[in-house]
Design a protein. Structure first.
Lengths: 171, 139
């Protein structure tokens, strides 16, 4: 698992660097990373469910814990800390203490100040959640590469799990 | 403790050069430049040498009245040149070797940065910090 990590990190870096060459605006690169991540997420979820053999999550909180403690651990070898950020119980924050994807990136280039370097991760989480019928918004709230103190991913679950039947009929 | 540290591309132009005190920078640029001939001599003398730690470290390139110049070449033909004060007799060979090894490690970290294009000048805080730790403290 450790041996291929460097290759994976370098590959990810090459991908971001290439996107930066292809797209002038940071927003476009961010969108593309998110879209690619989404494509990975909708496929990765089956691998995750098969390998982790976890039981169905009964709440958003359980789901967020699952993402941080099982999924992140399985695929990136790190365990972000989870906290719920609102009283309604559908907004969560994952704080990444260590992020292997940015191991070799010291800081963003000056002309790329709005780049969300790891935006692929947001798309992955969003895509994976969608395949288990959970709609969510996933973005980077804070980013060490941009000078913030921590790197924080925000997950906002958009519909209550109980309304899942409604979700099917109202679309 | 060095007075000048330089990283030279395989095409023999500087990727990074830092010296203390900074007023002497031009003189050190010249010193490093002239040392490159000696480096090239040593490399061709090596021939198809083995990829061995011993072979990467080129040792003392040439002494001047005030300074000693040491060299190190990587497998990708990137060179590191280090100038130390002649009066600094305390600096031993294996200390110089370990300084070069640290330079080499920091250099490979820079190469892994996806935003760094090989051949660009090196602008890295981590690299600066590492070099600072090796330079003479200027009072």
């Amino acid at each position: 698992a450790m041996e291929s990590r460097e290759l994976f990190v370098l590959t990810y870096g090459a991908l971001v660097a290439q996107l930066c060459k292809d797209y002038e605006k940071d927003e476009d690169v961010n969108t593309f990373l998110d879209r690619m991540g989404y494509g990975i997420g909708v496929r990765l979820i089956d691998d995750f469910l098969a390998r982790s053999a976890v039981k169905k999550c009964r709440s958003y909180s359980e789901t967020a814990d699952m993402i941080a403690q099982v999924a992140f651990k399985m695929y990136l070898g790190v365990t972000p800390s989870v906290s719920c950020s609102n009283t309604a119980g559908n907004e969560f924050s994952l704080i990444l203490d260590k992020n292997p994807l940015v191991d070799f990136v010291e800081e963003l280039p000056a002309e790329r100040a709005s780049l969300c370097y790891c935006n692929l991760l947001c798309g992955v989480i969003r895509g994976a959640l969608e395949m288990v019928h959970l709609a969510a918004e996933v973005t980077f709230l804070r980013d060490r590469l941009k000078g913030d103190a921590v790197t924080e991913i925000g997950i906002t679950f958009l519909r209550k799990a109980e309304d899942r039947n409604e979700l099917v009929t109202t679309t | 403790m060095a007075v000048c540290i330089a990283v030279i591309a395989k095409e023999n132009y500087p990727l990074y050069i830092r010296s203390v005190p900074t007023e002497n920078e031009l003189k050190f640029h010249y010193t490093v430049h002239t040392s490159l001939d000696v480096v090239d001599e040593k490399i061709s003398a090596m021939g198809k040498a083995l990829v061995d730690q011993r072979e990467l470290y080129l040792g003392l390139l040439y002494p001047t009245e005030d300074y000693k110049v040491y060299g190190y070449v990587t497998n990708s033909r990137v060179k590191f040149v280090m100038v130390v004060d002649s009066s600094n007799t305390a600096l031993r060979d294996n200390e110089i070797r370990s300084m070069f090894r640290k330079l080499h490690n920091s250099y490979t970290d820079i190469m892994c940065n996806p935003f760094y294009n090989p051949g660009d000048r090196i602008h890295s805080r981590a690299f600066d910090n590492m070099v600072n730790s090796m330079m003479m403290q200027v009072c």
